[in-house]
Design a protein around this ligand. Structure first.
Ligand SMILES: [Zn+2]
Ligand SMILES: [Zn+2]
Length: 249
């Protein structure tokens, strides 16, 4: 792996691009921004997470940060297995997570950071803070020289609402929107509305996976053309250069 590359690697998804990876319901990706490696979500099954990491030449010991989007098992279930390999990490989780979960992460040796509002995790790397009414969820935001990269877990608060929220925090266009969009069962009319809004929010590239739904993926593929990225485990996205210095709104 190129040490200076800025990359997103999809580690865990219901679909895979490579035969040596195990597909399973859930989501996890690794963000490589030297000197940092950030694991966003952990999939549902520890052994599948670690197996896919191994197949993708990811060394768990090099990961220093974990960000958990929300408390569903298909996003946090792999964490315990990962922490058994590497507990010298800081885990950023929504403060609304159950007390017991936070305590267990601490007992495994990791530092726990409870997220309420938006915070900077590393230079150029942010969480937008926990969003949503019932089940709260945070997304990961990366600032690059070509705009924002937004990574979502399941997008339970709504994919449009998340992008609107992030655009309210950082006045920059969205270079890439990637992750679970939670659009299963949406009608073509609803998908058209959502696409129109994402367009208005200046979302340039799109990479829906996990709970986005096949119909939504097909719709976005047609609409975004070359700016649609087929997203599944095994995908490696080369990112534009980070741009941590641009002042926030
Ligand atoms: Zn979920
Ligand atoms: Zn999910």
């Amino acid at each position: 792996m190129n040490n200076t590359a800025h990359q997103i690697l999809i580690v865990y998804d219901n679909n895979t691009l490579k035969g040596n990876l195990i597909p399973a319901w859930g989501f996890s990706c690794l963000v490589i921004l030297p000197p940092y490696q950030i694991l966003f979500d952990s999939g549902g099954d520890p052994s599948i997470l670690l197996k896919n990491m191994h197949e993708m030449d990811i060394d768990p010991e090099k990961i220093d940060t974990v960000v958990l989007s929300h408390g569903h098992g298909d996003h946090v279930g792999g964490l315990s297995g990962f922490l058994r390999y590497q507990h010298r990490v800081t885990v950023y989780l929504p403060k609304s997570f159950p007390k017991r979960f936070k305590e267990e992460v601490g007992l495994m040796g990791a530092d726990v950071e409870e997220v309420g509002g938006s915070v900077m995790i590393h230079p150029g790397v942010y969480t937008n803070g926990e969003l949503g009414g019932g089940l709260k969820e945070q997304s990961l935001v990366l600032k690059t020289c070509q705009g924002l990269v937004i990574i979502t877990g399941c997008a339970h608060p709504g994919i449009v609402e998340i992008v609107e929220h992030v655009r309210g925090l950082f006045d920059e266009d969205v270079y890439l929107l990637i992750g679970g969009f939670h659009l299963m069962g949406k009608s073509p009319k609803e998908l058209r509305e959502i696409t129109k809004k994402l367009d208005e929010l200046k979302v340039e590239r799109i990479a829906p996976c996990h709970c986005s739904g096949d119909a939504a993926r097909g719709f976005f593929k047609q609409y975004y053309g070359d700016n649609y990225i087929t997203c599944a485990a095994g995908l490696v996205i080369e990112m534009p250069h980070p741009n941590p210095d641009k002042p926030e709104k």
